[in-house]
Ligand binder design. Structure first.
Ligand code: ADP
Ligand code: MG
Length: 261
């Protein structure tokens, strides 16, 4: 029996080991003034791979996510998506943003648009998708994340968990190549966390390439192919979840796990 047959092994589809990785960060450095917030970051994410990023507050996890869709420029190094360096501006940058879906801690929905409009707008504006087609796509996605019956409501009329599922549907509407999640359940009441994690686990099983910053270790164990532990702007350790959680190597990872588990 291989590790993957084990009941505790990730249930997500294994990453496609063939071909080029989808996202590659090479020797990435990023400063905020004097603060060296990303230090010598080397990370590649395969097609279909689910990478969970964990680490203490301030370790650079959000900055890493934001660098991958170029919400933050980097100071040196290279980030590629599907073999292409991230464009700096213009139409090419808009296309990149469409390819990289992002879900934040705060749901960031348009408050004065309905749930349905929130999901339709991106494809219509950025991809010139026809209204009827955008609407049909949006309804399918709302169905998939379990909030189709809320389509005509405004975001504020939904629970936090429902709003976050709409945010996921909105990101998926752009048909991204990779989805970034930055602590998507941190702002939710405990009873709503699982409904969001379940949607993410389904996405992982369907083979979506995902980079997920989260403190939800149950999700990491269940859905991640790899856990990346960051501290002080560096990747200190990376391993398969079972390995990482049962045998962390660095003192910093041991210390972090002792505080959260
Ligand atoms: P994490 O998501 O792991 O908590 P962040 O990536 O948000 O960490 O932040 C890493 C470090 O960079 C922190 O020390 C934070 O205070 C700092 N930082 C983040 N964004 C900015 C910014 N726009 N300007 C200056 N410092 C920042
Ligand atoms: Mg953060």
């Amino acid at each position: 029996m291989t590790a993957r047959d084990d009941a505790s092994a990730p249930s997500a589809a294994p990453p496609d080991g063939t071909g080029e990785p989808l996202v590659v960060l090479s020797d990435v450095q990023k400063y905020f003034g004097e603060l060296h917030v990303l230090q010598d970051i080397n990370l590649s994410v395969a097609h279909g791979e689910v990478v969970v990023v964990i680490g203490p507050s301030g370790s650079g996890k959000s900055t890493l996510c934001r660098a991958i869709n170029r919400l933050e420029p980097i100071d040196s190094g290279v980030i590629t998506l599907d073999g292409q360096p991230l464009p700096a501006e213009g139409k090419a940058l808009a296309r990149l943003r469409a390819d990289v879906g992002m879900v934040f801690q705060a749901f960031n929905l348009f408050a004065h648009k309905t749930v349905l409009q929130n999901v339709m707008l991106g494809p219509m504006k950025a991809k010139n998708v026809k209204k009827s087609e955008a609407e049909a796509d949006a309804m399918r996605l709302l169905e998939r994340v379990g909030v189709a019956n809320q389509a005509q409501k405004l975001p504020a009329q939904l629970s936090g968990g429902q709003q976050q599922r709409v945010a996921i549907a909105r990101a998926l509407a752009m048909k991204p190549k990779v989805m970034l999640f930055d602590e998507p359940t941190s702002a939710l009441d405990p009873e709503m966390i699982n409904e969001v994690l379940d949607v993410m686990t389904d996405l992982a099983k369907e083979g979506m390439t995902m980079v997920v910053v989260t403190h939800e270790m149950g999700f990491a164990r269940k859905a991640a192919h790899r856990v990346v532990f960051m501290d002080d702007g560096r990747i200190v350790e990376e391993a398969e979840p079972e390995e990482f959680f049962s045998r962390p190597k660095s003192d910093r990872a041991k210390d972090f796990l002792s505080k959260i588990l």
